[in-house]
Design a protein around this ligand. Structure first.
Ligand SMILES: *Cc1c(COP(=O)(O)O)cnc(C)c1O
Length: 470
């Protein structure tokens, strides 16, 4: 009993209508609210039971347009400047549809989805100056990529046999800065090493780690019987976009025989911008880099990658040659090494296609220009903040992120409240973070649709909202 439509012509008409609606949604995104809270009755309606009997596709789609589409998170909207999120793009959107039509499982076997992914990995290898031994694997995002890097570095430090025996008693230590993303801590937890094995070094106002302090920590640990195994550098911290001195960290890691991993979730793509490339000098000396296509390169969620200089180290960590997966020399079960050998997933979708379409359709120069524009928007915002006596910057604006607040006698309470006000009114969606303990409004410019007029509108809205708390 096939699930294909009994009437393909009717399906085709319905499918075209759905595609038109999707295009209308993206085309009109800026005209609607950034976000709208989901009314209680809509939320309650999702308690409906498991459908037993069929519903016509047109009815399911109507249900989608009334109960799902309006309550999106808003990251495609030009005034979504919260957290660090990309805005998607229409070429990637179409690629998602085409990928679904192929319905490839890119875990293994000999087929084109894997070849496309290999091509993307080679493009990234060349972009970041990695050698031919490098291997890239698409994953959900940098959280997973950072975790994989920890596991690979651990296996490298303790030997492949510890895949079987476990780490029993090994006193490994990893090093990063207090500005590192929370997922690095989680990676340590999930690797079985424990977050206590991560030495978190303090940062100054520039949010960069002091390599001399890191060296001292490593040497003290070694003297106390620990085994330093991993240095995690940051290329674009999530709070303010700080970039560690990657060249010096690379030298330090090499001298201390540590794996050098860089969390470049969004910052790695500065390599695509001629005038900003020097900021990530030393990235090419990393042992591995985590980065997200779904942030600055605007690929629809989700698409991140772990690029590893020595692909063999990655395979030594993840490959298992169970009999039923033994590779054949010929046929569909061939194809050499498979993605499953390089990461935790067996079944994997054709994530590569939306990356491929995005990179091909826009080209790296245009994507780099988008990145440069978002950094210019942050500078524009910084100038506006400096010109408004009611606002104050809380951290230097060096990349695409500005952290600031509305001056008030109760600054934390009022700034948290006015950010929520703006979000709930659908006017704009900045997020909040803490800078030296103080609550800050964070505007992170990633979205390619944001303009200077949007930045001005956000500043005006923050001033108006803040004054209501006077
Ligand atoms: C976004 C981000 C992460 C997490 O990446 P995901 O793709 O959300 O898993 C890690 N580090 C930094 C610096 C980030 O900006």
């Amino acid at each position: 009993m096939s699930l294909d439509p009994p009437d393909w012509d009717a399906f085709r008409r319905q499918a075209h209508a759905m595609l038109d609606d999707a295009i209308d949604h993206v085309q009109g995104i800026a005209a609607g609210p950034v976000w709208r809270p989901m009314p209680a009755e809509i939320r309650a309606s999702f308690a409906e039971p498991l459908p037993i009997d069929p519903t016509p596709l047109a009815d399911v789609h109507r249900d989608f347009t009334t109960r799902i589409l309006p309550y999106h998170s808003g990251n495609a909207h030009p005034r979504f400047v919260g957290w660090v999120q990309g805005g998607g793009n229409v070429a990637g959107m179409m690629a998602e549809l085409l990928a679904a039509a192929i319905d490839a499982n890119a875990g293994g076997r000999d087929h084109v989805a894997i070849e496309v992914e290999r091509q993307i990995a080679r493009w990234m290898r060349d972009l970041f100056g990695f050698p031919a031994t490098a291997h890239g694997l698409l994953v959900t995002g940098s959280s997973l990529a950072n975790w994989m890097a920890v596991v690979i570095a651990k296996t490298r430090a303790l030997g492949v046999a510890t895949r079987q025996t476990g780490i029993a008693g090994a006193k490994l230590r990893a090093y990063t800065s207090a500005a590192a993303h929370q997922c690095v801590l989680r990676a340590m937890e999930m690797s079985g090493l424990g977050s206590d094995a991560l030495v978190v070094l303090p940062v100054g106002r520039d949010h960069r780690v002091d390599p001399a302090a890191m060296r001292a920590a490593i040497e003290a640990d070694r003297a106390n019987g620990f085994t330093p195994f991993l240095v995690v550098g940051n290329a674009g911290t999530v709070d303010i976009g700080a970039i560690d001195d990657l060249s010096t960290l690379a030298e330090l890691a090499a001298a201390e025989r540590c794996w050098f991993h860089v969390d470049g979730a969004f910052g790695a793509f500065l390599a695509t911008v001629p005038e900003l490339r020097a900021r990530v000098a030393g990235l090419d000396r990393a042992d591995s880099i985590a980065f997200d296509f779904h942030k600055w390169p605007q690929v629809p969620y989700d698409a991140g990658m772990l690029l590893v200089r020595d692909g063999a180290a990655q395979a030594a960590t993840f490959a298992s040659h169970v009999a039923y997966l033994a590779r054949d020399a010929r046929g569909l079960a061939g194809g050499g090494s498979w993605p499953v050998d390089f990461g935790p997933d067996l079944s994997r979708g054709f994530r590569a296609l939306k990356v491929w379409f995005t990179l091909k359709h826009y080209g790296i120069r245009r994507l780099g220009k988008v990145i440069a524009k978002t950094c210019a928007l942050a500078q524009h915002l910084a100038r506006r903040i400096e010109a408004e006596p009611e606002l104050e910057l809380l951290a230097p604006v060096t990349l695409d992120i500005a952290c600031f607040r509305f001056r008030h006698a109760e600054p934390d309470r009022v700034n948290a409240a006015l950010v929520a006000d703006l979000q709930e009114a659908g006017i704009a969606a900045p997020s909040t973070t803490r800078i030296d303990g103080a609550l800050a409004i964070r505007c992170a410019f990633i979205n390619h649709r944001t303009t200077e007029a949007d930045v001005d509108a956000i500043v005006d809205a923050i001033l108006a909202a803040g004054r209501r708390y006077r």
